[in-house]
Design a protein around this ligand. Structure first.
Ligand SMILES: Nc1ncnc2c1ncn2[C@@H]1O[C@H](COP(=O)(O)OP(=O)(O)OP(=O)(O)O)[C@@H](O)[C@H]1O
Ligand SMILES: [Mg+2]
Length: 499
């Protein structure tokens, strides 16, 4: 089923009784995004149903009347239980609902509400005395929400009432997305249940929580917290593709990668046995070293090996979402929390006045997760001096601090070999490159090789030189070491006084 054809499944609920296929709107991994002829028919049916569903809502119908018809005349006396989810869980709320509706002997009808924007309301407001401009019945407003890597999305209800009937009787569910800007958006996605008794309503919310966990869109994927786009407290999670890196793509001093792998991959591999023998699974690894030496590269390699683990990435302006990141990681373990440039939060205070520096919050969150959770924290910094006091004062959070150093001659040789790609090197080019690049970083060497390849190509009559010339390599090196390239050199991590 293609991404957009999945929409037709949800449309069943926009006006007539129906049951959703839990897979609707969700493509299986690797499933091609190729529309089929049948999708066109499905889409047509979808729109027809929506139009008819909306048209058949009697003009005189109000949410209050429909609720009274469904739940009985004493609707205003029925208990209502509500729950608010973070905005980034909109997709998981929808997945939970879809799976819940798909359970045996349950039928439902979804009716949209219009005029819900910029307005906070609950079931109570819908059944109470009608106020001017109150939300009215109408078509179902949907929003396409990312539901997986590769641009997968799931149509999610923005605001609507589900009229549900199953073997425990009728009930109604109100789903409403966050409204307004600023602090109000903190209220998140609201789900309310109105049923004959409170136990029943509580049970429904409990079941939805279970289903959201089992079918969570973020589970096993790499997600990153984004900036606060819609005001303080709001957060967006976006899917990232899992990197594909081989061990040979990384050049590190002997034993370095093994130490990191042991903590991160080794514990993951033996988690069952370690847990059974009472050993803790939670672990923290700090990678430190100058810019451009391969800290992020190492993390990308680890993530490529951790297929199936949930990964939460935090960096830059998203560092304030530490608490949310840890709660996602705990809920969806085995998981990894990656915090790049952790020195940025060493002194930065939290969002609320009087809060500790975010680094302390991170340490508290790391501590608060409990020992037996399978969560690995991967932290990077090029200012380890800023972190040391905090880490020393709170031992046990980071189990392994690994230096990712400036490459030595052996490593530089390996890096030149790696980044020459398929280009052959002239006989003495390798020695020349290694001897003239003392003190530069891996990323500097990568750029050096790219430039040398370009210079070789520019100097070749065919534009495709048979080999990377030694002279081109020295010219590239001269360019990068030139006084005018100071900033470029600094960016690439070349030492100031390289020969
Ligand atoms: N050790 C290495 N082995 C192979 N390639 C490397 C290595 N280090 C860096 N590179 C190359 O240089 C690029 C930049 O390196 P990377 O982003 O990992 O640096 P970093 O240590 O994370 O720097 P920063 O402190 O600025 O974040 C990588 O994408 C990779 O192509
Ligand atoms: Mg980095």
């Amino acid at each position: 089923m293609s991404g957009w054809s999945g929409y037709s499944g949800l449309s069943v609920r926009s006006g007539v009784t129906g049951r959703a296929d839990p897979r609707d709107g969700v493509l299986a991994p690797g499933e091609p995004l190729r529309p089929e002829l049948a999708d066109v028919a499905r889409l047509g049916r979808h729109y027809l149903r929506r139009v008819l569903g909306t048209a058949r809502i009697d003009d005189a119908q109000t949410p209050a009347r429909m609720l009274a018809t469904h739940l009985g005349p004493l609707v205003s006396e029925l208990p209502v239980v509500g729950e608010t989810w973070p905005n980034f869980d909109h997709v998981n709320v929808q997945l939970a609902l879809d799976h819940w509706f798909a359970e045996p002997s349950r039928s439902h009808r979804l009716v949209g509400l219009i005029g819900f924007e910029k307005r906070m309301f609950s079931f109570g407001d819908l059944i109470g005395p009608q106020v001017p401009f109150a939300p009215a019945l109408g078509s179902v407003a949907m929003v396409s929400v990312p539901s997986g890597p590769g641009g997968r999305t799931l149509p999610c209800v923005r605001c609507g009432i589900y009229f549900v009937t199953d073997d425990r009787g009728p009930l109604a569910l109100l789903v409403r997305e966050a409204q307004g800007h600023g602090p109000r958006t903190r209220e998140g996605i609201r789900v309310e249940v109105m049923a004959a008794d409170q136990v029943r309503a509580d049970d429904v919310l409990h079941r939805l929580r279970e289903l959201a966990l089992v079918h969570n869109a973020y589970r096993g994927n790499i997600v990153s917290f984004g900036a606060e786009m819609f005001g303080p407290g709001d957060s967006v999670l976006s899917f990232q593709e899992r990197p594909r890196l081989e061990r040979d793509d990384l050049v590190l001093p002997e034993g370095t990668l093994e130490r990191v792998e042991q903590q991160v991959l080794g514990v993951a591999r033996h988690r069952a046995w370690l847990r059974a023998s009472g050993q803790h699974l939670k672990r923290g690894v700090l990678l430190y070293g100058p810019p451009g030496t391969g800290k992020t590269h190492t993390i990308r390699y680890l993530l490529s090996r951790l297929e199936g683990s949930t990964v939460v990435l935090l960096s830059g302006s998203a560092l304030g979402h530490i608490a949310s990141a840890c709660s996602v990681a705990r809920a969806l373990q085995p998981s990894v929390v990656v915090i790049e440039d952790v020195d940025l939060i060493a002194e930065q205070r939290g969002m609320h006045p009087g809060e500790h520096p975010l680094l302390f919050q991170l340490m508290n969150e790391m501590d608060g997760l409990g020992e037996d959770v399978d969560v690995a924290f991967l932290l990077t910094t090029n200012r380890v001096d800023l972190l040391e006091p905090a880490l020393a004062a709170r031992p046990g959070r980071v189990d392994e601090a690994v230096e990712i150093p400036i490459p030595d001659a052996t490593a530089r040789r390996a890096l030149v070999e790696l980044y020459r790609g398929s280009l052959a090197l002239e006989a003495d080019a390798l020695d020349a490159a290694v001897s003239r690049t003392e003190g530069v970083t891996a990323s500097f060497l990568k750029e050096l090789l790219r430039r040398a390849a370009l210079i070789s190509a520019l100097g070749s009559p065919t534009g495709e030189p048979p080999a990377l010339r030694t002279a081109a390599l020295s010219e590239a090196l001269d360019q990068l070491l030139d006084d005018r390239s100071k900033v470029t050199r600094a960016i690439l991590g070349g030492s100031r006084d390289a020969p």
